[in-house]
Ligand binder design. Structure first.
Ligand SMILES: C[S@@+](CC[C@H](N)C(=O)[O-])C[C@H]1O[C@@H](n2cnc3c(N)ncnc32)[C@H](O)[C@@H]1O
Length: 394
């Protein structure tokens, strides 16, 4: 299956598909951390009722567009109209003001570092017509166009930016000059998206919101038939590092993105440890005494996050419904941390009953881990498994 936009560590399609295939056709399927949108996309192709949430605005956008039916001819028509406006703005050579960039020195500096002049100019024109004063079309089409631009920024090799590896969440500036023409490439990007999306296969549109998996206040208790999701591992991937490059063109300042990052599950922020017998027992049983006090605080925060996540899952699921989590383990320096054990403990404490656990090797092409761990050693080998754990709501 091809994807409309790169995303580091997305859920394996076969896992999402296998779980979706077991559900009744009109099921309400929730992915509270929808990421690349793999789960929502599979559910929308089965005619189910997919609902997604993500804190990361780019994940929210990609997962929504990946599970929304569009008319390809209308998309092409609107793409032409947009390009016309962008070309006009570029040719007139007018300087385009974008408030969130021009009134914020940190965001301007970031853009000057990662983008060359030609692409800065073109991206300003796209941002003007897609974000600042959007041209007249539906929200669905605007969102589609935003993804078409973003996938030229979040790339493996430099395209719209000066960086490589942005798609792996670790941008490195590898060039200082850039001839890439975003305006010229835009049509191709639209066509690639349409052929990856296969809109005719999408039977129902997903509802996707910017929101926190730990507090899904939009959802009523007992309103969900299945949860399929993959929480971030502790300290494994900083999704926002690559996504920032695109989101600064979508109305966000670097400061806003930093704040979102700090509230994400799995970030390296620590937390003052409160009394928790469960945490202490687990910490000892898993042999984590080698961790420094800061690392233990970080782990504690992750544990509290998982607890809030599972409690909210238990609240929104109808009785007898299943929640499936795909979670890998982490290494903090030399210590192996079994995130899966923390998840199981949290789920148990909020009344979710363990019904199945499978462990599988993470295939090479999906593996992503910090560079220092990428070499062949026993730790990186241990990190190559992921646990697929299912619980039943009482
Ligand atoms: C491993 S990815 C999800 C993968 C997804 N199931 C897929 O198929 O691509 C984890 C996602 O969790 C999101 N996330 C982290 N903390 C969150 C929170 N508190 N609420 C909602 N989403 C969160 C991240 O932004 C990221 O997109």
């Amino acid at each position: 299956m091809r994807h409309i936009h790169p995303f580091p560590a997305r859920m394996a399609p076969e896992i999402a598909l296998a779980h979706v295939a077991e559900l009744a056709p009109d099921s309400v399927v929730l992915d509270p951390m929808s990421g690349s949108g793999m789960v929502l996309s599979q559910a929308s192709r089965k005619g189910m009722k997919p609902i997604g949430f993500d804190l990361d605005p780019l994940a929210k956008l990609i997962s929504k567009v990946g599970a929304t039916n569009v008319n390809p001819d209308l998309i092409r028509k609107r793409a032409n109209e947009l390009l016309h406006k962008v070309e006009n703005s570029c040719e007139r050579g007018e300087s385009i003001t974008l408030d969130w960039i021009d009134s914020d020195p940190e965001t301007s500096k970031f853009i000057d570092y990662w983008f060359a002049e030609k692409q800065r100019h073109q991206l300003r024109a796209f941002a003007l017509h897609l974000i600042a004063t959007p041209f007249t079309t539906s929200r669905t089409i605007l969102d589609f166009m935003k993804v078409a631009v973003s996938r030229l920024i979040v790339t493996k090799e430099p395209k719209a930016s000066l960086a490589r590896d942005t798609a792996h969440s670790r941008p490195h500036r590898t060039i200082l000059q850039n001839d890439f023409d975003i305006v010229e490439e835009f049509h191709r990007s639209i066509e690639q998206m349409l052929s990856a999306l296969k809109p005719h296969e999408i039977l129902t549109n997903a509802k996707v919101y910017k929101g926190d998996a730990r507090q899904l206040s939009r959802l009523e208790a007992g309103s969900v038939d299945a949860i399929i999701t993959s929480p971030p591992y502790l300290n494994a991937i900083d999704y926002m590092r690559g996504h920032k490059m695109s989101l600064v063109w979508m109305g966000y300042t670097i400061r806003e993105l930093r704040e979102i990052r700090a509230t994400s599950i799995g970030s390296e922020k620590s937390m003052h440890i409160r009394d928790s017998e469960e945490f202490d027992e687990l910490h000892d049983a898993l042999g984590l005494n080698e961790l420094t006090s800061r690392q233990t605080q970080m782990l504690f925060r992750y544990y509290i996050d998982l607890k809030a996540l599972t409690a909210e899952s238990a609240r929104v699921l109808r009785s007898g419904a299943n929640a499936c989590y795909v979670i890998g383990n982490s290494n903090i320096k030399d210590t192996h941390v079994r995130n899966s054990e923390f998840l199981k403990s949290c789920a148990r404490s909020v009344g979710l009953k363990l019904v199945d656990e499978q462990v599988r090797e993470i295939p090479n092409n999906r593996r992503y881990m910090p560079i220092s761990l990428n070499k062949e050693n026993s730790l990186s080998k241990r990190m190559r498994t992921e646990h697929i754990i299912s619980f039943e709501a009482q």
